[in-house]
Design a protein around this ligand. Structure first.
Ligand code: GLU
Length: 305
C-alpha cells in the first residue's frame, strides 16, 4: 500500500489539473466571497502523524459538516431517545428538500439533511442552559482548540436569505416536532453552520471519530464505541445528501460535506482527512473534493470496503 502522504501529494497534483467545474454556494451571499481556486487537504492519523498540502491553513465555512458535531452532542445527551425525533435512513433528496416531511409526519429522514439538523438544534436548545456557549465549549474541548468560533458575518448572511430553512422549521413546528420558538431554533442553526475552520483544524477535530470516540491527546471519551459506530454509519449512508450512494461507491469511507466546499472523511482506527475546494457540483458537494477523495482512496488502497 502506498504511503498516505505520498498519495495525497500525487492526487493533489492530479486533481489540481482537472477543470474546476461547478458553482460557489452563492445562495448564501457571504460564501461567494471566497477564492474559487482554493484547494487544500489535511490528514491526521490516530498514531499522531499529520500532513497537509495547498490551502490547508486557510479558514472556510464548514456549514453542514457541523451537523455531525451537533448530532454527537445531542446523542450524548439524549441517547437512543433521539431517534424518536429524527430518522436514520438516507433521504435520496436534496439537502434542503421539503418533500418527505408531510408524509413522514415531521420526522426528518436523517440528521444531516437541513430538516434533521434543525430538529437536532431544537433538541440542543431544549437541553442546554446556554446552547451557543456550551456547543462551542464541546467542540473546542474535542480538539483542544480554544480559537474555534462562530462567524457572525456568515450567520447573518445566511439568515437574510434563509427562506427555505424558515419554511422547513415552521412546517416541522406545525407537525409537532419543533418544541422551541422557530426563530430561536434557526438563529442557533445558522450560528452552528457558520463555524470557520482550516482543513488542519477540521481533520484534528474529527479524529475522535476515527479513534472509537476518544480524544487522541488524552483518551477522554467523547462518545462511547456504539455511539461512534452509529455516527460513522450515518455519515456513510447519509453524509452527501442524494449523492451519498455515489460517495460510498467511489470513495468507500464515512464522510460529510458542507456547501462551503469542505469534506471530512474518516477511516476508523486510522485517520481523518479534510479536503476543501469551494466550487460545488449540482448536488451541493465540492467538485474537486469528491474527485480528490475518490482518487486518493483508490491510489492509497485506503477504503473500508
Ligand atoms: N447552512 C446551509 C443551509 O442550511 C447548510 C447546507 C449545507 O452545507 O449542505 O442551507
Amino acid at each position: 500500500m502506498m504511503n498516505l502522504s505520498e498519495a495525497i501529494r500525487q492526487v493533489y497534483k492530479n486533481v489540481g489539473n482537472i477543470e474546476n467545474e461547478g458553482q460557489l454556494a452563492s445562495y448564501i451571499p457571504e460564501l461567494a466571497n471566497v477564492d474559487p481556486e482554493s484547494f487544500g487537504v489535511f490528514i491526521s492519523t490516530t498514531d499522531s502523524c499529520q500532513f497537509g498540502v495547498g490551502n490547508c491553513d486557510d479558514k472556510f465555512s464548514i456549514q453542514s459538516i457541523v451537523k455531525v458535531l451537533s448530532l454527537a452532542l445531542a446523542y450524548k445527551i439524549k441517547g437512543g431517545e433521539l431517534w424518536e425525533r429524527v430518522g436514520v435512513e438516507p433521504s435520496g433528496t436534496a439537502f434542503n428538500s421539503l418533500v418527505q416531511l408531510e408524509s413522514d409526519n415531521g420526522i426528518p429522514r436523517n440528521p444531516f439533511i437541513n430538516a434533521g439538523a434543525i430538529v437536532v438544534a431544537d433538541v440542543l436548545l431544549s437541553n442546554l442552559a446556554n446552547p451557543r456557549d456550551e456547543f462551542l465549549a464541546f467542540v473546542r474541548n474535542i480538539s483542544n482548540n480554544a480559537s474555534i468560533d462562530y462567524s457572525p458575518k456568515i450567520a447573518k448572511s445566511e439568515k437574510a436569505v434563509g427562506f427555505r430553512n424558515v419554511a422547513l422549521c415552521n412546517f416541522i413546528k406545525d407537525l409537532g416536532n419543533i418544541k422551541n420558538n422557530p426563530c430561536d431554533v434557526l438563529d442557533f442553526y445558522y450560528d452552528l453552520c457558520s463555524i470557520e475552520l482550516t482543513c488542519k483544524e477540521l481533520s484534528e477535530l474529527f479524529l475522535f471519530l476515527a479513534n472509537n470516540g476518544r480524544k487522541t491527546a488524552d483518551g477522554e471519551v467523547i462518545l462511547n464505541t456504539s455511539q461512534t459506530k452509529r455516527i460513522n454509519a450515518l455519515m456513510q449512508t447519509c453524509g452527501f445528501y442524494d449523492e451519498s450512494g455515489q460517495f460510498t461507491f467511489k470513495v468507500g469511507l464515512p464522510g460529510k460535506s458542507g456547501v462551503g466546499g469542505g469534506i471530512i472523511a474518516i477511516y476508523p482506527n486510522k485517520y481523518s482527512i479534510a479536503v476543501w475546494s469551494p466550487k460545488l457540483n449540482s448536488k451541493g458537494n465540492s467538485h474537486k473534493g469528491m474527485k480528490f477523495l475518490e482518487e486518493f482512496s483508490t491510489m492509497a488502497q485506503s477504503s473500508i470496503f
